[in-house]
Write a protein that binds this ligand. Structure first.
Ligand code: AMP
Length: 404
């Protein structure tokens, strides 16, 4: 049985009416797990370690408490590993009405000096360029009352440890520090021990992606054969199954096809009302629905664990989301299975996921995998013509014999 907790609303995080109004304007239905975990802790003013992958909603998790807690005499400092991430963070802060200075390499240093002089509420910086400004004395970090290290593991991987140490040493000792990291390698832990005081940890996915416990496979298959493949997988697995589709339209379509094929399936995506989402979640938890079809965004606001099988019916838009998706299976010592259906044209996207995982995903049907010029029907799935269907049937009976 899956364990599920549903975060009910931003109104339950302890935000003031003013900040609540700002976050409501963003029109997110509910906080993501890292938001519901980290915001109430950070609002107390204590140091926070957030263990969460990219794309889990970390930016709001630290921006909202910052907005609540920054004194008029202070500014917030957010350190990020890349210019792109720094820009994204700035964008979110702007949506909340926060004034910022973006301190990244490759942009005009004079304009940045100007932006710093304008006394922004938050400075978003990559470590290298911030050090340049410290050397030029165009920034004084003694007023950085709240410091955020975003993607700390990545910053250390990129060799920013000396810069980060120098930056933190220049901030006031009585500051609030929040550190977000997808993993907790010893160097990150060391940094937290050096620069944080009794931090509270919020963990959204276990430290170190759970991929070791998950049996992963990718099956190359023409798009048109995916419905049959999914049906087959649902017959093969007796337990709960979470299916990821890329769009809400896709999720709706898949769920409808499953119901037509007599599978008990619910759907969760942004076209569903809160009541429908709740029904889907409680129904999935109680076993009324065995299959849940979700989009990435909708799945972010919920915590669904201990799923027997995760099916990536579509590839995620961001390779990082793959880890987040498959992390829904294989929890709490259980082994899990994650099967990705990709079209042969998507081999490049699968490679991108493998780079994030730092490991190859075994291919179920290597004969159908690129760069093979001809795409065959995957052996493991039902085929359309009678001969292949026969092969499929006999494989299945062989399997049931072995089992029986
Ligand atoms: P982040 O991890 O902060 O980069 O956020 C990843 C994506 O999730 C961004 O596109 C956000 O706009 C989106 N997001 C953040 N919070 C929520 C939420 N509570 N519900 C749905 N989407 C969110």
């Amino acid at each position: 049985m899956p364990t599920i907790s549903l975060t009910l609303g931003f109104d339950q995080l302890g935000l003031s009416p003013k900040v609540f109004a700002k976050v409501s304007a963003l029109k997110f239905q509910s906080p993501t797990p890292i938001q519901s975990g980290a915001v109430p802790i950070a609002l107390k003013g204590v140091d926070v370690i957030g263990i969460a992958q990219t794309g889990t909603g970390k930016t709001l998790a630290f921006s909202l408490p910052m907005l609540e807690r920054l004194r008029p005499t202070e500014f917030g400092l957010v350190l990020a590993p890349t210019r792109e991430l720094a820009m994204q963070i700035e964008e979110t802060l702007h949506k909340l009405g926060v004034s910022t200075a973006l301190i990244i390499g490759g942009a005009s240093i004079n304009q940045q000096v100007h932006a710093l002089r304008a006394r922004p509420q938050v400075v978003v910086a990559t470590p290298g360029r911030l050090i340049d400004h410290m050397d030029r004395r165009s920034v004084n970090l003694r007023h950085a009352g709240i410091v955020v290290l975003d993607e700390a593991d990545r910053m250390l991987d990129m060799g920013f440890a000396p810069a980060i140490r120098r930056i933190l040493a220049a901030t006031p000792p009585r500051r609030q520090t929040m550190m977000f990291s997808a993993t907790m390698p010893p160097e990150v832990r060391k940094l937290s021990e050096e620069f944080m005081e009794d931090p509270e940890t919020v963990e959204v996915t276990p430290a170190g992606t759970p991929v070791e416990r998950i049996q992963q496979e990718v099956t190359y298959i023409p798009h048109a054969n995916k419905p049959e493949a999914l049906n087959y997988l649902l017959e093969e697995h007796a337990g709960t199954v979470l299916v990821f589709a890329r769009t809400r339209h896709g999720a709706r379509k898949v769920a409808k096809a499953l119901r037509t094929a007599n599978h008990s399936a619910c759907e969760i995506h942004s076209d569903r009302t809160m009541a429908q989402r709740k029904d889907a979640l409680t129904g999935f938890k109680s076993g009324r629905y065995r299959v849940m079809v979700a989009t990435d965004i909708a799945a972010r606001g919920i915590d669904v664990k201990e799923i027997e099988l995760v099916v990536n019916y579509d590839l995620p838009d961001n390779p990082e989301d793959y880890v987040h998706r498959i992390g829904r299976t294989g929890r709490a010592g259980h082994s899990g299975r994650a099967i990705t259906l990709a079209t042969p044209e998507q081999a490049k996207e699968v490679r991108a996921i493998e780079r994030v995982l730092k490991q190859a995903i075994p291919v179920t049907n290597p004969d159908a995998a690129p760069p093979a010029p001809v795409v065959h029907m995957p052996r493991a799935f039902p085929a359309r013509n009678a001969r292949q269907n026969f092969v499929f049937q006999s494989q299945r009976s062989a399997r049931s014999c072995r089992r029986g």
